[in-house]
Design a protein around this ligand. Sequence first.
Ligand code: PMP
Length: 436
Amino acid sequence: KHRLRGGSRRVPVIDRMAPEAFWSLKMQHLVCGISSAGRVVPDVDGEPFLVEKAQGPYVWDQKGRRYADTALGFGATFLGHTDPDVTEAVRVAMERGSMPAYAHALEEEAASSLAAHTKDLSKVIFLNSGSEAVHLACRTARAVTGRRKIVKMAAGYDGWFDDVAFGNAGSQEALMGSNVRPSNGDTLLLRFNDVADAELLFSECNDVAAIVLEPMMANAGCVVAKPGYLEHVVSLARKRGALVIMDEVLMGFRLHPGLASHHLGISPDLATVGKAIGNGYAVAALVGHPDIMSAFEDKRVARAGTYNGNPVACAAVNASMKVVDTIDYTALRQAGDALRETIRVSFEENGADVVTSGYGTVFTLWSSRSAPIDYREAVQKADPSFSANMHIALRRAGVMSMFGTYGRHYISARNSAPVMQQLAEGFASAAQQLAV
Ligand code: PMP
């Protein structure tokens, strides 16, 4: 078998280029033409893509073409776009006033419906984005432990605030050779899936307030944790008096109705959730043990935010939690895993090795025989040309996806069998288009 290069005559090769370079839409006032990096997709066959509407598992472009969507709001619209129950709850909240300034009943209702899914992390603070939630989690850990250092995974992504916006996938620091400990201010990097590195770190530093962990390194291409790795790091952190913050902004509610860490047998001290908890509305939360979160009640930790816990966000959480309780997660994960296997077989039939990493509801494709087990391997296996051409081939086959080497495909909880079939056919078509 050969490695796909995406070099077929039908598929133009885009190699190591930002999609902006292939984007004909020019915005005059919007910086870089977009409010957040990572949303731009290239023109395909001379046509730019602006999304016109999104509903259920589909998005439509400005010419009315419908695509099965695997970007799903970067994982936020876990229940599918414009879920009818969430939309209705939000509509009612909006009509009653989206920003009343005063306490309102929806807020405690949303906190208790979220806490019903997070076990002993039963105290909740609502924020507007995952980045804010991680920011507050770090501040909480510092106040509670009296320590300064924050440890995050090299190549992990925990939002864009200063404490953690360092060593992300693609950066030089993320590569972390042996015997180096990249740091930036009070932030130290840890090599994911390397138990010895975690032991070394705690032997080197006794000022760690918290370690920020993800259930898998989703933003580095769904690099899953080795068996026992997360448990080991958690128990090490505990022994050394550091708090464990599970960053579940992306993974929360994707594996079961609650924290992925709990599903995997891990018990963090604090967790951040976002995305799926509001199904596409701007909301995130910090959840924690009552004894830790009492630091807010004692006024040892400051927090504020005009939009925190606004009625629209809380209505979205309430409605999403109700829908989440009706989902058959086992069937959902199995359907996603079946699609992953279908994709592998489609490429095999076209003479190429393509594997997926991750879980049934969120995964990344690799032009390789095996999935990467750490970031170094991810870098070796990453093939920007393959990833770019996969996006293009999928789009031609009626499937929209994230653009980029470490991009993820999300499966929504409301993807029916026909949608899964459409996705399977889209990937099969991509496999044919990309065959050299
Ligand atoms: N943590 C993780 C694991 C994430 O995936 C993200 C966003 N992709 C964030 C934090 C930041 O969340 P937001 O974009 O809502 O600020």
